[in-house]
Design a protein around this ligand. Structure first.
Ligand code: GLV
Length: 420
């Protein structure tokens, strides 16, 4: 690829496609490409590098992994129809989300306890997100203090994913910390009052927080510190008890209901001065409609990557119906099962405005920390930019269903490799 090609004149984002050239050239400089970004090979390498606990937690799904499989199968149902002789020299991957101009409609999905994948946990991830100008979403189950993640993320756009405690003072404290440190949207996850039944994790007692690992976000909270004192738990001498007390406030197993939602919307709006608040984990059209009626600013159509309800519908199939019902009334984001640029394009063509990815960067983090996350996400951006170029797409915001040929539902089991 000619690095002086005219595309650079027309775009506000870097020419991510050039990452291909950079890697093709590397061996001339005596360098090697960090690792293969084929999702199957990436996952296998992450497995090699991780501890058993890290690997189980990264790879676990609810029950029999049927939802995980369905998520992947649904992408195969849609095929992109490439268009030729389009002036893709004028293409740009950039878009906007919640007032932020970002490199692409791709964000870092909230993923908890990154310390089990890398000793620095969320920090290298937040830094890579900033460096690529992609939004970073911090999980309440994150294993670093909110303030430290914000610092690592610097000027990058960032959102705070809330697992809502039943302790309102604690919720307010978490949201206030997030707002004060520059998180510009709140995304409440509604599909995880507790973790789904994940065989490997349960059979190995693999719950880091109960073993003194990963509770830093909570332990650094003044309201939670007060709760620890009230309970007579000292996190220094009782790390397992303190970690358990934190996570039992977060994944408490006690459902919230729609009745609580106006309180949360109002609370976040007051704290943040009116910043967006969204729901994540929506799969039913009726839930999407309720979210719109209640005044949420957006929804993330997600089934938690198949980690919560086993045997559920594919998130991509849910997306189509939800877009038909409320696509014109709210901002729809998508996650669950995205493994490459073509998946991003399919979700956008079906009506999502933004797509989040999780496992890809977790694998990158597990393999090579900051450089691993960056390599994986930069490769995804390059893949997207190149797909636009060779497939005749100039503006991702213009994508609609005419770019897809979609086959009826009817899912055979996929070959092992394709399940990734
Ligand atoms: C938490 O969000 C998980 O899926 O483990």
């Amino acid at each position: 690829m000619d690095p002086k090609n005219e595309n650079e004149k027309y775009r506000k984002t870097p020419q991510y496609a050039l990452y291909q050239r950079e890697n093709f050239w590397r061996s001339n400089n005596g360098e090697v490409v960090p690792f293969n970004t084929d999702p199957g090979k990436l996952e296998a390498l992450a497995k090699e590098r991780l501890t058993q606990n890290g690997w189980y937690y990264a790879s676990s799904n609810a029950g029999l992994s049927y939802t995980h499989t369905a998520n992947r199968q649904a992408f195969y149902r849609h095929r992109i129809i490439p268009r030729m002789l389009v002036d893709t020299n004028k293409r740009d991957t950039g878009t906007e989300i919640f007032g932020h101009k970002v490199s692409a409609p791709i964000g870092f999905a909230p993923v908890g306890i990154n310390k089990i994948y890398h000793p620095d946990g969320e920090l290298p991830v937040a830094r890579a997100a900033k460096d690529l100008n992609l939004p970073y979403c911090l999980s309440t189950a994150g294993s670093q203090p909110i303030e430290d993640v914000a610092e690592a993320n610097g000027a990058g756009p960032r959102f705070f994913q809330l697992y809502m405690p039943h302790d309102d003072e604690l919720t307010v404290s978490l949201l206030t910390r997030a707002h004060r440190t520059g998180f510009t949207a709140c995304i409440l996850t509604v599909d995880t009052w507790q973790l789904g039944w994940r065989h490997d994790d349960v059979s190995t007692s693999n719950y880091a927080f109960y073993h003194g690992i990963g509770a830093d976000l909570g332990l650094s909270d003044t309201v939670f510190q007060k709760r620890l004192r009230e309970a007579g738990v000292d996190p220094k001498t009782q790390p397992n008890e303190a970690g358990a007390m934190w996570i039992d406030n977060v994944w408490h197993g006690r459902a919230h209901t729609w009745e609580k939602m106006p309180w949360l919307i109002q609370t976040w709006k007051e704290i943040s001065g009116g910043k967006p608040i969204c729901l994540k984990g929506i799969q039913a059209v009726s839930d999407a409609e309720k979210a719109v009626q209640l005044g949420f600013d957006g929804i993330v159509v997600s089934n938690h990557a198949g980690r919560q309800v086993d045997g559920a519908v594919a998130s991509l199939d849910a997306l189509e119906k939800i877009v038909d019902a409320v696509g014109k009334k709210t901002y729809i984001m998508f996650d669950s099962g995205v493994r490459g640029a073509s998946d991003v394009v399919k979700a956008l063509a079906l009506g999502a405005k933004f797509v989040f990815v999780g496992r890809l960067w977790i694998w990158g983090l597990s393999i090579m920390g900051y450089h691993g996350v960056r390599h994986v996400m930069q490769a995804l951006l390059a893949d997207l930019d190149i797909l636009m170029n060779v497939g005749g797409i100039t503006d991702l915001r213009q994508l609609d269903r005419t770019v897809l040929e979609s086959y009826p539902k009817g899912y055979p089991l996929l070959p092992e490799k394709s399940k990734l």
